[in-house]
Design a protein around this ligand. Structure first.
Ligand SMILES: C[S@@+](CC[C@H](N)C(=O)[O-])C[C@H]1O[C@@H](n2cnc3c(N)ncnc32)[C@H](O)[C@@H]1O
Length: 186
């Protein structure tokens, strides 16, 4: 089941990266979520954002840039996703503002970023979150998307309790994402 959801998401995103109509339809799913996340973490153009897990069509990273003008670095540990998303970012004319890198969330250095954004499908979500919390600069904000309880078993999360001590959160009704939790690292 878990693998099926991840594979279906990737297939839909591959389609969206190459087809404008599919892009516009799927972007609707993310727009409200990202708007709430921008308000939750009070993101502005001076921030430097790291998105972990961009996929072939990194809607969240693109929307974060479009709505804040902040520089965004997106990483993915799948080389194919990196290639497809780089082509999309070039096509959109965002190559000076959005950088796509190949890498894993559990070994990239997050020190240069003021905001770290973690996709729901990041695997394992709790382990990568712990790593980010340890390695990022003091004062950094970490945004983590948390699944609905009944869907949690379909994602690679061993210990949901690590997400209990958030500063604030934004709820996302009618989505497979339950909420985005904000952590401010002190
Ligand atoms: C399908 S995307 C979903 C994100 C969505 N496109 C968005 O804009 O919010 C999730 C991606 O996370 C990547 N991923 C999963 N675990 C990761 C990790 N530990 N480090 C980096 N990327 C990871 C997967 O390869 C996948 O492409």
């Amino acid at each position: 089941m878990a693998g099926l959801i991840q594979r279906t998401t990737k297939k839909l995103e591959c389609l969206a990266a190459r087809n404008k109509a599919a892009y516009n339809v799927l972007a609707l799913y993310y727009k409200r979520i990202v708007h709430k996340e921008i308000r939750l973490a009070d993101i502005n153009e001076k921030d430097r954002i790291l998105c972990v897990g961009g996929g072939p069509c990194p809607f969240s990273g693109i929307l974060l840039h479009e709505h804040t003008k902040a520089h965004v670095t997106i990483i993915d540990n799948d080389e194919y996703c990196v290639e497809v998303s780089r082509q999309l970012v070039r096509k959109l004319g965002y190559e000076n503002y959005i950088e796509i890198r190949h890498g894993d969330g559990s070994d990239i250095c997050p020190e240069d970023y003021t905001v770290i954004h973690m996709a729901l499908q990041v695997s394992p979500l709790d382990k990568v979150f712990r790593y980010m919390k340890q390695k990022c600069k003091l004062g950094s904000k970490i945004l983590v998307r948390i699944p609905k309880k009944y869907l949690a078993h379909t994602y690679n999360i061993h210990d949901l309790a690590v997400f209990n001590a958030y500063s604030k959160k934004a709820n996302h009704p009618f989505r497979n994402i339950d909420s985005t939790a904000l952590f401010i690292v002190y």
